[in-house]
Design a protein around this ligand. Structure first.
Ligand code: F6P
Length: 319
């Protein structure tokens, strides 16, 4: 294989640039040409493709976002869209494609692989909701952004003796909420994977109040419901002065942590190795600090499980 393409797709995640850099440099190290596909699958269909050199990826390892931009494309989900993409790949002589993104992005990679284009997936999403890898690129940075924000909120929560509901990202996945809640000593953590009992949230708050606790933090994953609604319900049920902070897209930006930069570099380089070995339709991942690869179709059909031991631990520590 002499010419490969790379694209980022879906929600961006800090560390995607470090992965792009690793793919480009590893491929050039092996005398391959690398083509950057801009704006995800949309850009692929439109032929928004340029060759990347060693210098094209200089000074990006520390930057959040993605230099290749990202998009969610409806057209690419159609047969006609996929044919257009293949025409462009043929035009540029691209023989294999590396896709950095989450499950939506991997569905595209599966389609192209089925049509004869070897694709390798690199898990990049702040949600950490992909099976076959202990961590996805961007999760650690987003987690630390949340922790930083909650630490700041805790200062004002303490000063004003208030209860705070913090809504974090995660439509279907609770890892960000769970890890941040555990790291921040939240009183309650509400995640989509585990049905929650509103009365328990209130009980915990009241028990804390009886012990003389003056402020509380509740972390809510967006997939469970709206922070504003939960905040009003808590205020009504307890009469505690309650405020709500929705962290929003701030969680997707910022300089990647050292962990994400190293993870992205390792996964990006491994993806190139797989293409060189003639593999297709695989996703690279990390398990017990070892690089692994799995069938992407299997990754897409199995659901990421939240760590119930961590859920229980968080409950036990926030008594
Ligand atoms: O998948 C990553 C993610 O940040 C989710 O946590 C969030 O629900 C979603 O993307 C937001 O997407 P958008 O940027 O399209 O609003």
């Amino acid at each position: 294989m002499k010419k490969i393409g790379i694209l980022t797709s879906g929600g961006d995640a800090p560390g995607m640039n470090a992965a792009i850099r690793a793919v480009v440099r590893k491929a050039i190290f092996h005398d391959m040409e690398v083509y950057g596909i801009y704006n995800g699958y949309q850009g692929l269909m439109e032929g928004n493709i340029k060759q990347l050199e060693i210098g094209s990826v200089g000074d990006i390892i520390q930057r959040g976002g993605t230099i290749l931009y990202s998009a969610r494309s409806e057209e690419f989900k159609t047969e006609a869209g996929q044919e257009k993409a293949i025409e462009q790949l043929n035009k540029f002589g691209i023989e294999g494609l590396i896709v950095i993104g989450g499950d939506g992005s991997f569905q595209g990679a599966v389609k192209l692989t089925q049509k004869g284009y070897p694709c390798i997936g690199v898990p990049g999403t702040i949600d950490n909701d992909i099976t076959g890898t202990d961590f996805t690129i961007g999760f650690d940075t987003a987690l630390n952004t949340i922790i930083d924000a909650i630490d700041k909120i805790r200062d004002t929560a303490t000063s004003h003796e208030r209860t705070y509901v913090i809504e974090v990202m995660g439509r279907d996945a609770g890892d960000l909420a769970l890890w941040a809640g555990l790291a921040d000593g939240a009183e309650s953590i509400l995640i989509p994977e585990k049905p929650h009992d509103f009365n328990m949230v209130i009980d915990r708050l009241k028990k804390g109040q009886e012990r003389g606790k003056k402020h509380s933090i509740i972390v809510l994953a967006e997939g469970v419901g709206k922070g504003m609604d939960l905040g009003s319900k808590i205020q009504e049920a307890t009469d505690m002065e309650t405020r709500v902070t929705v962290l929003g897209h701030i969680q997707r930006g910022g300089r990647p942590t050292g962990f994400d930069r190293v993870l992205a570099s390792r996964l990006g380089a491994k993806a190139v190795d797989l293409l060189l070995e003639g593999k297709a339709g695989r996703m690279v991942g990390i398990e017990n600090n070892q690089l692994v690869d799995h069938d992407i179709t299997h990754v897409l059909t199995s659901k990421h499980e939240v760590d119930m031991d961590m859920v229980n631990l968080a409950n036990q520590l926030s008594i």
